[in-house]
Design a binder for this molecule. Structure first.
Ligand code: AMP
Length: 425
């Protein structure tokens, strides 16, 4: 079915054509007609299936129709998303599809000065894309008027629940009109999501693309059985292959991201890191450099990488195996987006084999096991001979040295000896 059969405004159809989309993806073809008919909707769709356009396109259509009729300016649509990166990305999608249309959008998220965000609200907006925390803060200070709100979207609802946003979402929903259309998007369908739908949605239609919790079919998945201490070396070995062009590497902890990034840097790999202790500017810069191809590897933690859309990610590497199977689905959804081919590689040391079992039960699929000579625990590498330095210790020491150098006083000013309390000689 072509886009023209969906009944969308001609201005929107032009923008779709400009974006180079030739036909709706499965979730768009299923969801858009239901939303256009005014239904509430739960859409269970894997990430990378085109779900953003599935709610943005009918939202723009509805706004154009409404604006022609009432001409009243005010917040008509609100989209809640779990992270700033996702909020920015949704806003960019809205700007692309709404290019040339009389529709204004603002994004509200924490971690940056709020003055500019408040200023954009004063100019009048039709759509707000927000993370729950900052939005609630502005609601508390009566900076927002939701009396004209007609459409509410909860994007990545499962992730928002995992991040503990439920109390914030409850407060936000309590402050918007009861008569509204509500759309909920989630990568996975869980009891919590069903319960959220029962509370916030009215007789929703359901769209479920693919099997329950089944990762995108276009992603080639495998696991490497590797001892934990050889994960760094294995990653480096894999990166020797030219097909590893734009690689997103997931780790569990921020510290782990720092250590791995330093290791890769020292090994000559162009790399950046993305985690919640980095400033908003650093995070956006890292993403931009990755998108522009200035860096080859982006090391990220789950929270910030959730939902981000980067074209042409060739491999997702689960350097640390995800504790939560839903995180696996999200992580690997960063590659093979919109029906493109992609590879998902997971490192599974012995201590994570139970997590692999749980994941395989969750996705209903056994993942292909791969072994690389010298990097698997079935044939362990010989212990270093006496006097020879183990590579693990070597790079750890080099990482420590690098950190110490960074925190050292600038050259030319020798560090003062600790002489006790200030001023004492
Ligand atoms: P999403 O699941 O919304 O994050 O979208 C994933 C990717 O699919 C994005 O890069 C979109 O630009 C792209 N995309 C969305 N809809 C289509 C479409 N109908 N045809 C081709 N690409 C699309």
């Amino acid at each position: 079915m072509p886009f023209s059969h969906l009944g969308l405004d001609t201005g929107i159809l032009r923008a779709i054509q400009k974006a180079g989309y030739t036909r709706p993806t499965a979730v768009q073809a299923a969801a858009i007609p239901k939303v256009m008919q005014g239904n509430d909707l739960i859409a269970i769709a894997q990430t990378g299936t085109g779900k953003t356009a599935a709610f943005v396109l009918p939202m723009l259509h509805r706004l154009l129709l409404g604006n022609h009729q009432t001409q009243a300016r005010g917040i008509k649509s609100l989209i809640l998303a779990p992270t700033r990166e996702l909020a920015v990305q949704i806003m960019e999608n809205i700007r692309a599809f709404g290019n040339g249309l009389p529709i204004r959008v603002a994004a509200i998220f924490g971690g940056v000065e709020e003055a500019a965000q408040i200023k954009s609200l004063h100019r009048g907006v039709d759509i707000i894309v927000a993370t729950p925390g900052r939005l609630l803060d502005l609601i508390g200070r009566q900076k927002l008027d939701f009396s004209l709100l007609e459409l509410l979207v909860l994007d990545e609802a499962d992730r928002m629940l995992h991040m503990g946003f439920l109390p914030d979402i409850e407060k936000i929903v309590a402050g918007v009109p009861k008569r509204r259309q509500t759309l909920m998007f989630s990568a996975t369908l869980s009891k919590e999501i069903e319960s959220l739908a029962r509370r916030f949605l009215h007789q929703p239609k359901m769209v479920q693309i693919g099997k329950r919790a089944n990762p995108a079919d276009t992603v080639d998945q495998c696991v490497y059985e590797v001892p934990a201490h050889l994960k760094n070396a294995l990653l480096l070995e894999l990166l020797r292959q030219p097909k590893f062009t734009r690689v997103l590497v997931f780790v569990r902890m921020k510290d782990g991201a720092n250590v791995l990034t330093n290791f890769l840097k020292l090994s000559g790999v162009k790399v950046a890191r993305l985690h919640s202790s980095r400033s908003q500017e650093q995070r956006l810069q890292a993403l931009q450099d990755f998108k522009d191809g200035k860096i080859r590897v982006l090391v990220a933690t789950d929270i910030v990488a959730r939902g981000i859309d980067i074209e042409g990610v060739s491999q997702v590497v689960n350097f640390d195996f995800p504790v939560n199977p839903e995180d696996y689905v999200h992580r690997i959804g960063r590659t093979g987006r919109a029906e493109a081919e992609g590879e998902a590689i997971s490192f599974v040391p012995k201590q994570d084999l139970n997590l692999l079992d749980i994941l395989e039960m969750f996705i209903g699929q056994r993942l292909d096991r791969k072994r690389l000579r010298g990097f698997d625990y079935h044939a362990p590498v010989p212990a270093p001979t006496p006097g020879e330095k183990a590579p693990r210790r070597d790079w750890r020491k080099r990482t420590r040295d690098m950190e110490a150098k960074k925190s050292a006083k600038p050259a030319g000013r020798p560090a003062k000896k600790n002489t006790g309390p200030r001023g004492r000689k």
